[in-house]
Design a protein around this ligand. Structure first.
Ligand code: 5HY
Length: 252
């Protein structure tokens, strides 16, 4: 077990989609809440989908995000945030990483459960609602999750200043409080990273945003000297040679 960290903390914030404006936005929000000893390294993979809106996007975003974890390990990063609400590649990233790896969905749902007995997730597209329910189940938080709602906006519409996405998200959050019996909101997309305070003001209820929640959780874990358990399930991948396009990912 490492000693509690007394030096600076380097957290790699990985936006698994390739939209750099979203990466810049989430990195800026993370830097605003990070501790003075914490450096945020915000990245997107060089390859993969511009937005993640289903299982296929998620599967094809995973190699690029794992490549960023491999690079982070070589660079000595202390921990990682997977900044996509489906928490893609989370367990695989934990096999590769020495330090903690936290997904924004697990972070947001756990943090919401610390401050409220009930929350609703408000996300982008209805087709991704099942993923959020599966994650609430996997994380043991289904009893807190009253509902998963979609505003029916594309992820990249959140990057369009002329869209009415913000208004529609606020309205959906209000409906969640009024109709679901929820007392808090979890924002279900990293693209909503800069909306939590404005929404919370409007609806007068806690709004948990996963990127910032995950960054603070990784910071806390590293400060406590806690690393990913490398026995069993999260041990390093077994050495083997991969074929074709993935040969560069062969575990050594
Ligand atoms: C995300 N997709 O956080 C998810 C959100 C979603 O490109 N970044 C994405 O709507 O599933």
């Amino acid at each position: 077990m490492r000693q509690a960290s007394t030096h600076g903390i380097r957290i790699k914030l990985i936006n698994p989609n390739t939209t750099l404006s979203m990466t810049r936005n989430m990195t800026a929000c993370a830097e605003r809440i990070a501790g003075s000893r914490t450096e945020i390294i915000g990245v997107s993979p060089d390859m993969g989908p511009p937005s993640i809106e289903g299982y296929y996007d998620e599967a094809l975003a995973t190699p690029g995000l794992l490549a960023e974890v491999i690079k982070g390990e070589r660079a000595g990063c202390d921990g990682y945030v997977i900044a996509c609400f489906g928490d893609p590649g989370l367990q695989a990233a934990r096999e590769l990483a020495r330090g903690p790896v936290v997904g924004i969905a697990e972070a947001a749902m756990h943090v919401a459960s610390f401050i409220a007995p009930s929350f609703s997730v408000v996300t982008t597209l209805g087709r991704t609602c099942g993923m959020a329910w599966h994650l609430a189940e996997r994380y043991g938080l289904k009893r807190f999750c009253r509902n998963v709602r979609a505003v029916e906006i594309a992820v990249l519409e959140l990057e369009d200043p002329s869209s009415d996405a913000r208004r529609r998200i606020i309205e959906e959050c209000q409906r969640a409080l009024d109709e679901d019996g929820s007392t808090a909101i979890v924002l279900g997309c990293a693209g909503m990273v800069d909306l939590s305070y404005a929404i919370s003001e409007k609806i007068n209820a806690p709004v948990v945003e996963g990127v910032t929640a995950a960054v603070k959780l990784v910071e806390a874990l590293v400060t406590l000297g806690l690393v990913t358990a490398k026995r069993g399930e999260y041990a390093l991948p077994l050495p083997k040679t991969y074929g074709g396009l993935l040969s560069g990912f062969s575990p050594v």
